[in-house]
Design a protein around this ligand. Structure first.
Ligand code: ZN
Length: 147
């Protein structure tokens, strides 16, 4: 038996491509297990829970990549805020849910909070650098011409 890595559908060994997911690779059960993708024959017992949210697709991608590198089953699910927000602010802000296998939740939350701190620090640094640059540009005194 072979399985689609995208949707998990089961196929005979001769089949080359999933009928529902053009271009997706069909792999054997062992590979599916290594990637923590539940097999249909084993029942979809894995529950995915929300480990974090991201306000932009780049952050979502970053989170997913990080967790994937730790072999944590993860996917990002795009969401939109409710219509109430649209009424009050007039803006429909997209956001992403980072969904992980239930048993990996604690570890994922930990990893993501570290990652978020790092991303925030990078953003702070960038802001500080920009500020310093501005100050330097505004400075009227000429650069020191030697000691
Ligand atoms: Zn498929």
């Amino acid at each position: 038996m072979k399985y689609c890595m995208q949707c998990g559908s089961e196929y005979q060994d001769g089949v080359k491509e999933c009928a529902d997911c053009p271009g997706s690779a069909l792999v054997d059960a062992e590979t599916m297990r290594q990637r923590h993708i539940p097999l249909p024959s084993e029942g979809d017992t894995r529950k995915f829970v929300r480990a974090a949210t991201a306000e932009d697709p780049l952050t979502a991608e970053d989170y997913v990549r990080l967790l994937e590198s730790k072999n944590i089953p993860v996917f990002a699910r795009p969401r939109r805020t409710g219509s109430v927000d649209v009424l009050t602010t007039g803006v429909l802000e997209p956001w992403w849910e980072i969904m992980v296998g239930e048993e990996f939740l604690e570890r994922s939350v930990q990893l993501l909070s570290l990652e978020k701190a790092e991303l925030d620090a990078t953003a702070d640094e960038a802001a500080r650098a920009a500020e310093e640059e501005e100050l330097a540009t505004e400075a009227t005194s000429p650069p020191p011409g030697g000691i």
